[in-house]
Ligand binder design. Structure first.
Ligand SMILES: Cc1cc2nc3c(=O)[nH]c(=O)nc-3n(C[C@H](O)[C@H](O)[C@H](O)COP(=O)(O)OP(=O)(O)OC[C@H]3O[C@@H](n4cnc5c(N)ncnc54)[C@H](O)[C@@H]3O)c2cc1C
Length: 252
């Protein structure tokens, strides 16, 4: 239906392309910018080689204007705990950042302001309302647990990053379709902006939601308020319930 597009890059089709990888002959999308003599990309957007070699290095080009992502120190203004290790956080960002984060598939990197850079971890944007961003974080390892325990609720948010959702060109381009949205566990936060985008493009949506490993469905009401027909099920596994992690490891 739609051509296969190269979308596994978080910078492609954004003001941050071409990036440092292009400068160092490691662009993951453009074979020319990897030093090969031919073009084998399947990207149908703006040509990255053209942008790199021929465009005026004026407005927006990283080399001249040093276009950088923003580091914003902000505060968690609201928290809600959905499950023992699942937390919804709201925080304020700048107007420019909020504008950019409205793109489906946007994500940010988060850490405590005083922590070294390697504490940054990626978090998808579930919702942007004016300048208030909403994310859902699973406290799973050192970076996420440390962020959630930040003193004074102070956090550092770096962004914008894009293309955090696979298949984004299809999501952006489908209009007036009838779509089944299937999401479970920690797949629920990215499902919400996808649903909003699909509805904005005149699609009709039916959602099937399952609690998954985290044991909680938390986007049901939001989807219903948006006009989506929602079916909540206990599990999408043939065997019934989601299995505890330890059990699945043994079975694998
Ligand atoms: C584009 C994008 C968007 C994302 N959005 C979200 C989001 O909205 N919310 C969210 O909660 N997460 C999100 N993530 C995932 C999140 O960034 C990761 O879970 C991140 O690694 C958390 O860091 P951590 O230090 O807390 O956990 P990590 O230490 O990185 O642990 C992550 C997992 O790896 C396992 N692990 C760690 N070390 C080892 C090891 N040595 N051997 C075997 N297994 C190990 C842990 O048990 C755990 O299951 C997103 C990731 C991407 C790429």
């Amino acid at each position: 239906m739609y051509p296969k597009l190269a979308v596994n890059c978080s910078d492609i089709n954004s003001p941050f392309c071409p990036c440092l990888l292009a400068d160092t002959n490691h662009c993951i999308s453009c074979s020319h910018l990897r030093g090969l003599p031919f073009c084998e990309c399947n990207w149908s957007g703006l040509c990255i080689l053209y942008e790199k070699q021929w465009q005026s290095k004026g407005s927006g080009w990283r080399g001249e204007n040093n276009l950088e992502r923003w580091d914003i120190t902000t505060y968690i203004s609201r928290r809600e705990q959905f499950a023992p290790n699942i937390h919804l956080l709201e925080f304020e960002v700048s107007e420019e950042m909020a504008r950019e984060l409205r793109t489906t598939g946007s994500f940010v990197f988060m850490r405590r302001p005083d922590d070294p850079q390697y504490f940054h971890f990626p978090v998808g944007i579930m919702k942007i309302q004016d300048t208030t961003a909403t994310v859902v974080i699973e406290a799973i390892g050192p970076k996420s647990i440390r962020l959630l325990e930040t003193p004074d609720n102070q956090i550092l948010v770096r962004g914008p990053y894009y293309n955090g959702v696979l298949g984004q060109p299809w999501i952006d381009n489908i209009t007036c379709g009838t779509i089944l949205l299937v999401a479970g566990g920690m797949g629920q936060p990215p499902a919400l902006p996808i649903a909003a985008k699909l509805l904005a493009n005149g699609n009709k949506l039916t959602a099937v939601l399952a609690p998954g490993k985290i044991g909680k469905i938390f986007i049901e009401k939001e989807l219903q308020d948006m006009g989506v027909e929602v079916h909540s099920v206990e599990s999408m596994r043939r065997t019934g319930h989601a299995q505890p992690v330890a059990w699945r490891r043994v079975k694998a």
